[in-house]
Design a binder for this molecule. Structure first.
Ligand SMILES: Cc1cc2nc3c(=O)[nH]c(=O)nc-3n(C[C@H](O)[C@H](O)[C@H](O)COP(=O)(O)OP(=O)(O)OC[C@H]3O[C@@H](n4cnc5c(N)ncnc54)[C@H](O)[C@@H]3O)c2cc1C
Length: 248
């Protein structure tokens, strides 16, 4: 198995080349970042904004892009009401803008297709789907054949990110699969789950629980799901988590 190559993350200047409106509160930014170098699905970067008076704000954003996209980095940002950095990116950032980024950062959540062929369980809440999408895209781009299932919890259908992939039968092939729960589903047309993730849902979606697990989302959701997995007999050593923030 190839060793993980750890780089010292440095500040670099990238250029926004595309902004994708995933939904009214979520935008994906494709950023040309020369020199990004070796990175892995599940890692993140720090984004630093500097105001004209020199005031700086730095926040972490996961890679949505897989390593196969090279220096074409993608991040996906959910606008938090009153949020300094997400608010700026949501309302003011435009194609052609330069942006300061330090990365790759974080080596605990990574998934590498070359590592093994064990089944993988991905569980996301809200924008926590971002690093897990990097893993699904890496699975596709690398031609991996592992069983890799995503259980994704969002409030409503409109809040789902990456709809063109996670609802697309062509993307969900070769071992990739996704199940969705909409915790505030209002439409009677919705035939999927419509409650918070619970042990019965995990059992039903994943079947065999002997997997490598990756959980990401708001802090309370991550803690609840990790507890559910333990109650189902999953060894904590198989569970990797990333907490995005204080609330849902
Ligand atoms: C490792 C890591 C990876 C992350 N990856 C992503 C990502 O891919 N996409 C993404 O959208 N976010 C991601 N986040 C969250 C991100 O770093 C910021 O916390 C978020 O964008 C809010 O920053 P802000 O400056 O807009 O809000 P702030 O000005 O920092 O906060 C405004 C208000 O919102 C609350 N708040 C702060 N963060 C959150 C949050 N995440 N959820 C709910 N309330 C919050 C604060 O308590 C405060 O009341 C990640 C966080 C970590 C630690």
């Amino acid at each position: 198995m190839a060793e993980i190559i750890k780089q010292t993350a440095e500040w670099r200047t990238g250029t926004i080349t595309e902004i994708i409106v995933e939904n009214p509160r979520v935008h994906s930014f494709t950023i040309d970042l020369p020199g990004l170098g070796v990175h892995y699905a599940g890692q993140h970067c720090d984004v630093r904004l500097t105001a004209p008076d020199g005031y700086q704000a730095t926040r972490a954003y996961s890679f949505a892009s897989p390593p196969e996209w090279g220096d074409k980095l993608q991040i996906t940002v959910q606008m938090i009401p009153g949020g300094e950095v997400s608010g700026y990116l949501d309302s003011a950032a435009k194609v052609g803008d330069q942006i300061e980024i330090k990365g790759p950062v974080g080596y605990h959540l990574i998934w590498r297709a070359s590592e093994n062929d064990r089944p993988v369980g991905l569980i996301a809440g809200g924008s926590g789907v971002v690093p897990l999408m990097s893993m699904l895209r890496h699975h596709k781009e690398s031609g991996a054949k592992n069983d890799m299932k995503l259980l994704y919890s969002a409030r409503t259908h409109q809040d789902l990110i990456y709809q063109s992939e996670i609802l697309n039968k062509d993307f969900l092939s070769d071992g990739r699969d996704a199940a969705i729960t909409l915790t505030e589903a209002k439409s009677t047309d919705w035939a999927g789950y419509d409650r918070l993730i619970d042990p019965a849902m995990i059992q039903e979606v994943f079947g065999d629980l002997d997997r490598d697990w990756y959980i990401c989302g708001p802090t309370p959701m991550v803690e609840a799901v990790a507890t559910h997995l333990t109650s189902l007999g999953v060894s904590p050593e198989l569970v990797k988590t990333e907490r995005f923030g204080p609330t849902g």
